[in-house]
Write a protein that binds this ligand. Structure first.
Ligand code: NDP
Length: 334
């Protein structure tokens, strides 16, 4: 190991699952040692994603304890790897991996990308996981075409604002849902045409009604649903015949098991995709990362950062995210 590296680092670990009280800020964690196919990155900025809360609560199981949460960051490459021949220590990079809530992270080289000169670390970090999720969803889960009507839930969230902007760039018509007028206004600015508050007195019925109204009774060709349990039934109802129900998250809880016969009424396609399933090879990963960077430059996307929290304020950040108080991206400063 290089002598210029410190012995210990700051970071956040969990030793058990639970509420935000299980998040422990430490100043004496051992530096991670990159394994074969991994590189070491010094984080300038760390991204928070809803999935971090699933690992904290235990909805998704952590592989072992103590466990460092966090799936993305941006900073400086510390070690080179034969798997990334054109990368050298000192390169500005953005990555997806595990163990990001720390000063240093060992990450699989598969998901490390050089940042273009035009994209700063915070913007890159705020874009990579949520932007690529939105991009692969509209390209692969349901390839959206110009003129299509689609429904996006939690449209003012991290992935939601990306979906609105990308769908607008494709020329699709987006019906956006969110829980407040302020959030809906952000979705509108990001490109959504029709806005529905799904937290009003009518609840999810308002969504189905509005979709039917604007599509002449036909329904939307795709629903992008990261809310899960609370919206699933209404999402199925809002779909057109032969439409795609793209369930990609569970912010309100996991969707309960369902009888597949329910899909027969409208020949519905049901998908439960993950980003990493669309970016499993270096070729796929580079393809989508480069496309995302190119779109960001061309379309001059607004990458909204809700707040950059100090790493030791991680509990407040999780509370804000789970309390539906945030819009766009949450970042951490190590
Ligand atoms: P968001 O910024 O979208 O935050 C979640 C949002 O969900 C909230 O702001 C809130 O918006 C809405 N929501 C609705 N019901 C609830 C509830 N009961 N509790 C909390 N929030 C609720 O988070 P992300 O952009 O990080 O992620 C969005 C979704 O996408 C998540 O489900 C996440 O797991 C999923 N995801 C999936 C990926 C994949 O590969 N499959 C990759 C990345 C993200 P409002 O107040 O407007 O309702």
């Amino acid at each position: 190991a290089s002598t210029s590296l410190p012995q210990t680092m700051k970071g956040v670990i969990i030793e058990k699952t639970g509420g935000t009280e299980v998040l422990q800020y430490k100043t004496d964690l051992p530096l991670p040692v990159p394994k074969d196919g991994e590189v070491l990155v010094k984080n300038d900025v760390i991204g928070i994603n809803y999935i971090d809360t699933y690992f904290r609560t235990g909805l998704y199981p952590a592989p072992s304890f103590p466990y460092i949460l966090g799936r993305e960051g941006a900073g400086t490459l510390v070690t080179a790897s034969p798997s990334l021949p054109s990368y050298t220590p000192g390169d500005r990079v953005v990555y997806m991996g595990t163990g990001a809530y720390a000063e240093y992270t060992a990450v699989p080289s598969l998901h490390v990308h050089k940042l273009p000169a035009s994209i700063d670390a915070a913007t890159g970090c705020a874009s990579i996981l949520q932007g690529l999720t939105a991009l692969t969803l509209i390209r692969e889960a349901h390839p959206v075409k110009a003129g299509d009507w689609v429904l996006v839930h939690a449209a003012a969230g991290g992935v939601g604002l990306w979906l609105c902007q990308l769908l607008k760039a494709v020329g699709a018509h987006t019906v956006a849902t969110a829980s407040s007028a302020e959030k809906l206004e952000l979705a509108r600015k990001a490109g959504a045409e029709v806005l529905v508050n799904y937290a009003g007195p009518e609840g999810q019925d308002a969504v189905v009604k509005k979709v039917k109204e604007v599509t002449g009774g036909a329904g939307v060709v795709a629903v992008f649903d990261g809310v899960g349990k609370a919206t699933f039934d209404a999402s199925l109802e809002a779909l057109a015949r032969k439409g795609s129900m793209v369930s990609f998250g569970n912010a309100s809880g996991a969707v309960p098991p369902l009888t597949i016969a329910r899909l027969s009424a409208k020949n519905t396609k049901l998908l439960r995709p993950t980003l990493f399933g669309y970016m499993a090879t270096r070729e796929e990963a580079e393809h989508y990362a480069q496309e995302l960077f190119a779109i960001m430059e061309k379309e001059k996307f607004d990458v909204r950062v809700h707040e950059t929290y100090p790493l030791q304020d991680i509990a407040r950040a999780h509370q804000d995210l789970e309390g539906r108080k945030t819009t766009g991206k949450l970042l951490l400063k190590p």
